[in-house]
Design a protein around this ligand. Structure first.
Ligand code: DI6
Ligand code: FE
Length: 411
């Protein structure tokens, strides 16, 4: 029998695009084409090298746009009710922070609003923020719990997060952040609270399929390394990956702790030590930098970016979208902040929202770069070169988004 290669017919094909594959640096491939079969990338290369007679059921003319992997926001607290613009305004009018805290402000005011919202209200309250992400090419979004702080409300937050993944063109990964703050019901009993999280709430919510990873806020004003370790032990028993809010306000050795558990990521990291960097490198733990919180808190201590870079620790960037310290829903503005505030290069900023963000969610085999076999999540941009994505403030050049091979308008 003679070998006969018929011309491929794919599900979908984009021609007339410049590809930034992010495989090696930007991985620029000008005048390219990319084909999709069964939701995954089946072929990519120069358009001139398309196999003879190649065609597709749906053919797109990219109009000379740049096509990147869909953006991945790997750290968000985007599901919550209410907001804290009142506190923001009061503080700028000179009301002391303590006075705001005394009247129940801060995280606990978001907890009250979130507890009071039912599922539909919570979904509606968060919808505009998620839509803003979708408009800027986000195809995968991590969403944390942590404003419920009782079992029913934590469950409701995670259920709403899942609902975003079901109802919108979005892949959602959830993280259980019960260890975000101490709820009033456990005042003065932090160890009991952690026991309740580790032995009851986490196993229950995990059994309900609501938890993809476990996170904690390891800080003087939150949970200690020993308490964090107890929670991580519970995660390990359930075979759930861990990540950590580490070294945001002080050096607690959190990065080394999460690296010890082969954690996916250590996030924030302004006060990260050399020992923490070494541990992360050793474990392959991703550094997730959050310039929005650095900006909004008017922090002055920079994360040790050069040392992370020198050590070869992968650096992801994320919005940290939350009502208290980063009311930010723009990946593109975050990339700009990564460059201006943290001196990342535009290439590092884009890798931080694609390749390394995928690794921070444990999804690197399927997402984050343009490679044959990976899921066909793309964003198309009307830009001259990839650096434009980090360069402008407030412009959104996203022209089309593709989720597993299915194209949609960004907004
Ligand atoms: N670090 C933060 O910056 C936010 N959570 C955390 O662990 C603050 C969240 C808030 O103030 O609502
Ligand atoms: Fe956070």
């Amino acid at each position: 029998m003679s070998e006969h290669r018929s011309a491929p017919r794919w599900d979908a094909l984009w021609r007339n695009v410049h590809l930034a594959t992010l495989v090696d640096g930007y991985g620029e491939l000008r005048h390219g084409a990319i084909a999709v079969q069964d939701g995954r990338i089946a072929w990519l290369g120069a358009e001139a090298d398309l196999p003879a007679g190649a065609s597709a059921n749906v053919e797109h003319d990219g109009g000379g746009a740049w096509l990147t992997p869909g953006l991945i926001d790997c750290h968000s607290h985007i599901v919550y009710a209410g907001n804290r613009s009142d506190e923001f305004e009061d503080r700028l009018n000179g009301v002391p922070y303590e006075a705001i805290a005394q009247r129940g402000g801060g995280i606990l005011s978001t907890v009250r609003a979130t507890r009071a919202a039912d599922e539909d209200q919570l979904f509606a309250a968060s919808r505009a923020r998620v839509d803003a992400m979708l408009a800027e090419g986000v195809t995968t979004l991590e969403i944390k719990s942590g404003y419920g702080l009782d079992l029913a409300s934590e469950r409701r937050m995670l259920t709403v997060a899942r609902r975003f993944g079901e109802r919108l063109p979005l892949r959602v990964r959830t993280s259980f952040l019960g260890a975000h703050a101490l709820p009033p019901e456990f005042a003065g009993r932090a160890d009991d609270y952690v026991t309740t999280l580790a032995e009851q709430w986490l196993p229950t919510l995990a059994a309900e399929g609501l938890v993809d990873a476990v996170d904690a806020f390891c800080e003087k004003i939150a949970f200690s390394p020993a308490q964090t370790a107890r929670l991580f032990d519970a995660a390990r028993k359930l075979k759930l990956p861990v990540k950590l809010h580490a070294e945001q306000l002080s050096d607690q050795g959190g990065a080394a702790l999460v690296a010890d558990y082969r954690g996916l990521s250590a996030d924030h990291l302004e006060y990260l030590s050399d020992a923490g960097i070494a541990a992360m490198r050793e474990a392959g733990t991703v550094a997730v930098l959050l310039p929005g919180a650095y900006y909004f808190l008017r922090e002055t201590k920079l994360p040790p970016i050069a040392a992370l870079r020198d050590a070869g620790v992968p650096i992801a960037l994320s919005t940290d979208s939350n009502p208290g310290t980063s009311p930010l829903t723009s990946p593109l503005l975050t990339m700009n902040m990564g460059c201006t505030l943290f001196r990342l290069t535009p290439q590092e900023a884009l890798a931080g929202f694609t390749r390394h963000a995928a690794a921070a969610l444990g999804l690197a085999t399927d997402l984050g770069t343009l490679e044959v076999g990976k899921i066909a999540d793309f964003a198309l941009w009307d830009i001259d070169r990839p650096a434009d994505l980090s360069y402008t403030l407030g412009l959104n050049p996203c022209r089309q988004v593709v989720n597993a091979g299915v194209a949609r308008a960004p907004h």
